[in-house]
Design a protein around this ligand. Structure first.
Ligand SMILES: [Zn+2]
Ligand SMILES: [Zn+2]
Ligand SMILES: [Zn+2]
Length: 248
């Protein structure tokens, strides 16, 4: 089975990091190798306490390949000042926690970053490097990712037919409906919202979901619907973010 991967990213970091790498023509400034040949990372030449990694002036940062980056760093791992960059749902225990002395198999891969050290991947129970705020965000994201995988794995879909005779799949979530039309790689979906006490649905536009598998379209539909109906502000933000990343 294909290993599914759903992620939440910190856009601030990705935008900042991309600006640095763009300036360096997407090459390691030490060895000159190019992104794609190697994994290119953004390195902070100095650490300024209290700043988020993306709040530094661009001139504080350079692009380095993973190998050259590792050589730039001291061997003493900082105990605070880590920032959460992304959380990936690997769909199973396919990851490994890199916190020293842990090594557990993990499902929710937390990529954390320190301007004085670089990247590291840890599990949901080893995120104590993070600030309180990031830990809270992490648990919100993990909760959301869990809801998405539960939905995809446990929801029963029925087959319907349009007036023109086209088949579609549909399911309901809290009275609202998600419909999926088309076939592998050419799917589109539609959300039908139901107001309390009203008998009819309010049908939204058809949203194309090209080059997606059926499970991916189910996820997209759920994320899109949930983002519309949730009243939890953090959850809305997280879902909107995920949708932006997964949609293209
Ligand atoms: Zn290099
Ligand atoms: Zn670095
Ligand atoms: Zn761990």
């Amino acid at each position: 089975m294909e290993q599914r991967k759903r992620a939440y990213y910190n856009d601030n970091w990705f935008n900042f990091s991309d600006a640095v790498q763009h300036r360096d023509n997407y090459r390691c400034v030490k060895c000159g190798r190019r992104k794609g040949e190697i994994i290119l990372q953004t390195h902070h030449k100095k650490y300024r306490k209290g700043l988020e990694p993306w709040e530094y002036p661009l001139s504080d940062c350079i692009s380095l390949c993973k190998g050259c980056h590792a050589k730039e760093h001291n061997l003493i791992e900082p105990s605070d000042g880590w920032t959460l960059i992304s959380i990936d749902d690997l769909g199973g225990l396919y990851g490994t926690c890199e916190k020293r002395g842990c090594g557990n198999e993990i499902r929710y891969e937390h990529l954390i970053y320190h301007p004085n050290w670089g990247y590291k991947t840890v599990g949901s129970t080893c995120v104590e490097y993070l600030t309180q705020e990031d830990q809270y965000l992490s648990s919100e994201v993990v909760k959301t990712l869990r809801k998405i995988s539960d939905f995809v794995q446990n929801t029963y879909w029925e087959v319907g037919t349009t007036k023109k005779g086209n088949r579609y799949l549909y399911t309901t979530h809290l009275y609202h409906e998600i419909r999926i039309y088309g076939k592998e790689n050419y799917y589109s979906f539609q959300i039908a919202l139901k107001q309390k006490g009203v008998r009819w649905f309010e049908f939204g536009e058809f949203i194309p979901a090209k080059n997606k598998t059926l499970d991916q379209v189910k996820e997209l539909g759920f994320i899109f619907l949930k983002e519309k109906i949730t009243e939890n502000y953090e959850e809305k933000e997280i879902l909107r973010n995920m949708y932006k990343k997964i949609k293209p």
